[in-house]
Every structure is written in structure tokens, then in C-alpha cells.
Write a protein of this length. Structure first.
Length: 316
């Protein structure tokens, strides 16, 4: 008996699990362009008019230009390398690496904002409020436009009748990192405007650096959360994902009695998982039996099942 090419085709399957996100890639490019323009205006405006909040926002924007560019690069690389056989489970994690690196950039930005604002709090300078307010307001408009472009409206629902949502696990984290960058920019723009109005009308010049500090702390919190999310994916630390409980439910409800002795689940795309499952059973059954049962969960796209008969240690 020989193995033919036709018989091989019946068993082979694609490892391209990530369908990409062309709309997000295109919108992120626009966000890079708009943010770069506003960054130049805010840095020069903050320096010329002596507004620490405005200058901090401008430097904050400069790092976002770099981070947003990184997000675009991650989308492009994941798309271009889709069929590269070196990637055993696809290229989706290139996007996650982009999000992780962006989170590190955000932490650096927060530290820079904190340092500059503290320095200005100790050594205050006179501020040209009217001009600085106009630039900060323009920056806020650009930030809100970019946030609208990047907002991820993706929601996941099971088509097999399950009611619960997996939104937390199925986000486009590369897009989310870009979105958080522009939202952080919008927040610092709001803080800058509040500080500048406070200084202009109430003489509270100390508000400018204080708002810079508040903005830095807020950015730090967002960056930390994004770092955790992307880090968990990169380290395959997602055995708390809802799909893990669903696998247990399928095996426990199976007509053929079986016990899970080993289980590994990891993500290969934003809403798709691979799993390796080792089962102990007294029945004479093939792995395909349990694969068909698990296939009702459409997010499981790469399933490996090992059967260990109770009466023997031999694997089938």
C-alpha cells in the first residue's frame, strides 16, 4: 500500500489562521500621518510659548508616531509573511509583538512626561496662554479623529448557540495598542487645555505641570494593562480562556467516557486557538471521534488528540 499525493491532500490543512485586518492597517497609516503633523505643531508651540503641558503632549505624540508606525509595520510584516513555512502557527504574533513594543514605548513616554513636568513644577516659566490653548485644542481634534479611525468595534459571538462573549480574548491587540496611543494623546491634550485655562483665568500656573504629571500616571496605567494583555499572548499564558472550559465540557459530555490527562491551549489568531489534548479512556476509539466533537467550537482551528487506552500504556 502506497501513500499518494491525493491521500495526503485529504489530511493536510493550511496554517494560515490570521485573516488580517486591512481596514485597521489603512486607518493606522492615516493616524500616523495626522499624528506626525500635530506632533510637530505641539513641540514647536510648547517650546515657543513655554507650555510644559503642551510640550509634554508634543513629545508624547512623537513617541506615538513611532509606535503607530510600528503597528503599521507589524500588520504589513504579518501579511507579507503569511505563507512563510518558518512560522509553525502563522504570523499573527508579529502583530502582538508590535502591541507589546508599543506598550513599552508608552511606559517610556509616561516616564519622560513625569520627569519634564516635575522639573517644570520646580522651575516654573511664563506661558503664552492664548497661543498654547489654540494648539492644544487643534491637537485634541486630531487625537479624536485618529481615535475614531482606530476604534475597534470587533465583537465575537459563538455561532453554535453559546451566549457568552469572548471580547476580552478576541481583541486585535495591535490595533488596541495604536488606539490606546491616540486616546492617551487625547487625554493629555484635555489635561493641557484644562491647565492652560486655569493658568489664564485664575493664575494657577502650577496646573500646567501638575496636569502633565496626572497625564503621565494615566498613560502608565494604560501601558501596564496593554503590557499584561500582549505579554500573556506571547507567553501562551491563556489557559484561563473560555475555550479551555468548553473543551472540558465537550469531553465530560461525550458518550464515550474519557478523562483529560494533559491539555495545552494557545492562540494562533485574535479569535482562533490551537490545542493538544491527551485523553485516557477504556474504549477502543480513534482521535477523530473526539476531534469531531470539539469541532463544534469554531475557534478551535488546530486540534491534536492523543488517546491512551486505560488497559495499556501504548499510544494510538
Amino acid at each position: 500500500m502506497t501513500i499518494t499525493d491525493k491521500s495526503l491532500l485529504n489530511w493536510q490543512h493550511s496554517h494560515v489562521f490570521n485573516e488580517g485586518n486591512p481596514l485597521a492597517e489603512r486607518n493606522t497609516k492615516w493616524a500616523v500621518f495626522l499624528t506626525a503633523l500635530m506632533m510637530i505643531g505641539e513641540i514647536f508651540g510648547g517650546w515657543f510659548y513655554n507650555s510644559m503641558a503642551l510640550l509634554a503632549d508634543g513629545w508624547h505624540m512623537s513617541s506615538h508616531v513611532l509606535a503607530l508606525g510600528l503597528s503599521v509595520f507589524a500588520y504589513r510584516a504579518a501579511r507579507k509573511l503569511t505563507h512563510d513555512k518558518r512560522f509553525a502557527f502563522g504570523t499573527w504574533k508579529i502583530e502582538i509583538m508590535g502591541g507589546y513594543t508599543s506598550a513599552i514605548f508608552l511606559i517610556g513616554v509616561a516616564a519622560l512626561m513625569l520627569y519634564q513636568s516635575t522639573l517644570r513644577l520646580i522651575s516654573p516659566m511664563s506661558i503664552h496662554y492664548d497661543q498654547a490653548i489654540a494648539i492644544a485644542a487643534a491637537g485634541l481634534v486630531v487625537n479624536l479623529l485618529c481615535a475614531w479611525l482606530l476604534k475597534d468595534g470587533h465583537h465575537h459571538e459563538h455561532s453554535h448557540g453559546h451566549e457568552h462573549s469572548h471580547d476580552h480574548h478576541h481583541q486585535d491587540l495591535n490595533l488596541r495598542s495604536a488606539y490606546l496611543h491616540v486616546v492617551a494623546d487625547a487625554a493629555t491634550s484635555v489635561f493641557a487645555i484644562i491647565a492652560l485655562f486655569g493658568g489664564k483665568f485664575w493664575g494657577a500656573s502650577w496646573l500646567d505641570p501638575v496636569m502633565g504629571i496626572v497625564g503621565a500616571l494615566l498613560v502608565l496605567v494604560w501601558a501596564y494593562k496593554l503590557l499584561l494583555q500582549t505579554g500573556h499572548v506571547l507567553l501562551d499564558a491563556e489557559m484561563d480562556a473560555p475555550v479551555v472550559a468548553e473543551i472540558h465540557e465537550v469531553i465530560e459530555a461525550s458518550p464515550i467516557q474519557a478523562k483529560i490527562t494533559d491539555l495545552h491551549v494557545w492562540r494562533v489568531s485574535k479569535n482562533k486557538y490551537a490545542c493538544i489534548l491527551s485523553l485516557l479512556t477504556t474504549e477502543n476509539v480513534t482521535p477523530d471521534y473526539f476531534k469531531k466533537q470539539l469541532s463544534i467550537h469554531e475557534e478551535l482551528v488546530h486540534i491534536t488528540v492523543e488517546i491512551n487506552p486505560l488497559q495499556t500504556t501504548n499510544e494510538t
